[in-house]
Design a binder for this molecule. Structure first.
Ligand code: KG4
Ligand code: ZN
Length: 348
């Protein structure tokens, strides 16, 4: 089944053509430069940019996969979570195209897409991994931090989530506090690497002592802010890499400890990690060590672009939804759900 997929949930306008787990084309038109001066995503600007670019992105996805509309069997679109007015652009386009070309629609949860980025292959079917359910999934992006039990395809149970900021958001805010722009995650990673991820300042490890599987980064953020404010300016500049490294360690240690708690509670040792922060090499090494300790296996998105927002992962998730017959039968059912949870997207 060949699927044309669309994602406009945040600040990337993206379309892809996929077949089962294979990506035949993936086009992402990033808005990062547009939002840079605001240090975050401006919804009204995002909406306008999606509207301006969506047709181009879809046409490019069709062209570079050498597909005509006759080759396309269904259209997949992200319906949440995300920015309401941004999601709307993709949904309206999917409805318009489905009517114009008489195609079925599959709606996909953006976080489900991040999970399926770990299943995604290139056009030649690489990597050819085998999968053994159940999986414990750690989702770490700019808007979400969640631990999910995936019992089978399209079957999710949310075990824990952040009570305030997401892990990526915490890294972005810390980067801003030491004078860098958005996105902060890659800058923090680079600075931390300069000092081999040394944890000099030992900032508080959020929620590691609590029994539940939730996350919280506001306490860590506040203690980092005061620590940085109280440092003399010259020392701040001199110690930038140690500050970044210690902050990153605190965030990642809390992710690892909670994932380990989830392993012990569920007995599930096979792990998936998705979302923008999953590209981080330090986090990947820590997750690999955790999986090894518990004699499990860990999969990450296999190509760099798959860590970030893209429509290819939406197309792959849609394939598994289609296998379960989860098509939209009436387009009136298809509406944006900005705070959509994975629980709402699971098959019963
Ligand atoms: O998944 P994503 O592209 O968008 C959302 O759906 O949020 O994730 C973006 C997040 C940002 O917070 C960004 O700082 C973070 O991913 N990120 C990183 C790295 N590259 C991007 N975090 C840590 N290390 C990185 N190298
Ligand atoms: Zn995302």
């Amino acid at each position: 089944m060949r699927i044309l997929s669309i994602d406009t949930s945040c600040d990337e306008t993206s379309a892809a053509v996929t077949e089962e787990r294979k990506v035949l084309s993936s086009i992402v038109y990033s808005q990062v430069l547009l939002h840079k001066e605001f240090n975050g995503v401006m919804p009204s600007l995002a909406k306008r940019a999606h509207q301006e670019r969506i047709d181009w992105v879809i046409n490019e996805a069709l062209l570079s996969s050498k597909s005509s509309w006759d080759d396309i069997d269904a259209i997949a679109v992200t319906y949440g979570p995300g920015l309401a007015i941004a999601l709307e652009v993709g949904i309206n386009k999917a409805i318009e195209l489905s009517q114009q070309h008489n195609k079925k629609i599959i709606r996909v949860n953006h976080m489900e897409g991040h999970i399926y980025s770990c299943f995604t292959q290139n056009s030649k079917g690489t990597p050819d991994r085998t999968y053994e359910f159940p999986y414990l999934v750690l989702l770490v992006s700019g808007g979400h931090t969640e631990l999910v039990l995936m019992k089978d395809h399209v079957t999710y149970e949310v075990l824990g989530e952040t009570r305030d900021d997401a892990a990526g958001e915490a890294l972005d805010k810390a980067a801003r506090m030491i004078g860098f722009g958005y996105p902060g995650g890659p800058i923090i990673e680079r600075l931390a690497k300069e000092v081999e991820n040394e944890d000099v300042y030992k900032f508080p490890r959020p929620m590691t002592k609590s029994e539940d599987l939730d996350f919280s980064y506001s306490g860590l953020k506040t203690s980092f802010l005061y620590f940085v404010k109280n440092l003399p300016e010259s020392e701040k500049i001199e110690k930038l890499n140690y500050l970044a490294s210690s902050f990153q360690e605190a965030v990642f240690i809390s992710l690892i400890k909670k994932t380990e708690k989830a392993i012990l509670q569920t007995g599930v040792t096979n792990l998936l990690v998705g979302g923008g922060v999953a590209v981080n090499k330090r986090l990947r090494n820590m997750m690999r060590a955790l999986a090894k300790k518990h004699k499990g296996q860990v999969y990450f998105p296999s190509y760099k672009y798959l860590n970030f927002d893209n429509a290819a992962m939406i197309g792959v998730a849609a394939h598994y939804r289609a296998e379960k017959g989860l098509f939209i039968t009436d387009t009136k059912e298809l509406d944006r759900v900005p705070r959509l949870s994975l629980l709402q997207s699971t098959v019963k």
